[in-house]
Design a protein around this ligand. Structure first.
Ligand code: 13P
Ligand code: SF4
Length: 319
């Protein structure tokens, strides 16, 4: 613990010295979340991270999350330096949607509006008309449907199916998934609900249909956190990456939080829902990137301007 506190103090001093702000996601290590909040940064969902980074006055943004979050920050703020504690932190959705294959998919369906999830590379976003996150996907697809648009959706099939079911929109889907949320299991969740009949079930929409179908609240990480804070219930079953429990416990210390069951749960692994790429973010990485300039995100100019269009459209829509 003494070493942790020392590292935190070192990272805080470096953030100040470099006119930098820490923009963190709820799934990263709790120390990083605390550091962000103690130093004037934020802990947020992907939409709020993008907005916070764009609007903040600091010259440098340190993005603790996965690569697409750093890229979105750079796309929106080309004049800021964007650093990440570990540039290898990626996302299975991003990996599962290679830009060339995606471009061919789009070319084959020119009559459709291209809507991509935030969890994609800058090159994929450069082909899109709209970017969405889990907090605004429903409203944006609803809007496109009301305008008579047909949609090409990528890459998360679970989120896509949820949106399609809710809106009835005509959506052609790419078949990607999040390796973390895909592990939540409907049958095991049913058993857990029987054991805790008063619990409110909170589900991130990257989860499979059998899990989403049992949800009391479906939403982005921020929306799930809000449900815990605002809900009169005492017990919550949480179907999303367990990194979020850190902030939930801080903001709702008297509530009981149960992790939804995953396929990997066993006597030895009680908390399997944790993103291996989010876990690559550490205090030492923040120190290294600021001290040595490691982990800078750059997005080539034509791609950046093209990708900015779909992100800004989303931000204008939700403003
Ligand atoms: P949120 O936008 O809900 O924070 O989700 C990001 C993500 O990667 C979830 O796995
Ligand atoms: Fe990607 Fe899933 Fe990790 Fe989120 S939790 S960054 S969607 S792999």
């Amino acid at each position: 613990p003494a070493q942790r506190e020392e590292r935190k103090a070192r990272a805080a001093a470096l953030l100040k010295q470099h006119d930098a702000v820490l923009v963190a996601h709820y799934y990263v290590d709790g120390d990083l979340q605390d550091l962000a909040l103690e130093t004037g940064g934020c802990v947020a969902d992907s939409l709020e991270m993008a907005r916070f980074g764009r609007d903040h006055h600091s010259k440098t943004l340190v993005v603790a999350g996965v690569r697409f979050m750093g890229e979105s920050a750079k796309i929106l703020s080309p004049d800021k330096r964007v650093l990440m504690p570990d540039l290898d932190a990626t996302c299975s959705l991003d990996l599962g949607c290679p830009p060339d294959d995606f471009a061919r998919f789009c070319d084959a369906h020119p009559d459709r509006k291209v809507v991509v999830y935030a969890n994609t590379s800058a090159a994929v976003k450069a082909r899109a008309d709209w970017m969405v996150t889990s907090s605004c996907a429903l409203a944006i697809v609803e809007h496109l449907k009301s305008q008579g648009e047909k949609i090409l959706w990528a890459p998360d099939r679970h989120l896509g199916h949820y949106i399609q079911e809710q809106t009835g929109a005509d959506m052609l889907m790419w078949k990607g998934e999040c390796i973390v949320h895909d592990e939540f299991k409907g049958i095991e969740l049913e058993l857990m609900r029987k054991e805790h009949p008063d619990a409110l079930v909170l589900v991130h929409p990257e989860s499979p249909r059998s899990v989403v179908a049992q949800a009391d609240v479906v939403g982005s990480t921020s929306q799930l956190l809000k449900a815990v804070i605002d809900g009169p219930e005492q017990t919550f079953i949480v179907a999303t990456d367990n990194g979020i429990l850190h902030r939930m416990r801080q903001l709702a210390p008297t509530k009981t939080l149960l992790e939804a069951p995953t396929a990997g749960n066993s006597a030895t692994c009680k908390s399997c829902a944790h993103c291996p790429w989010m876990a690559m973010n550490a205090l030492q990485g923040v120190i290294n990137c600021l001290e040595q300039g490691y982990g800078e995100i750059n997005v080539a100019e034509p791609v950046r301007t093209q990708a900015a269009g779909c992100i800004e459209r989303m931000l204008d829509f939700v403003a």
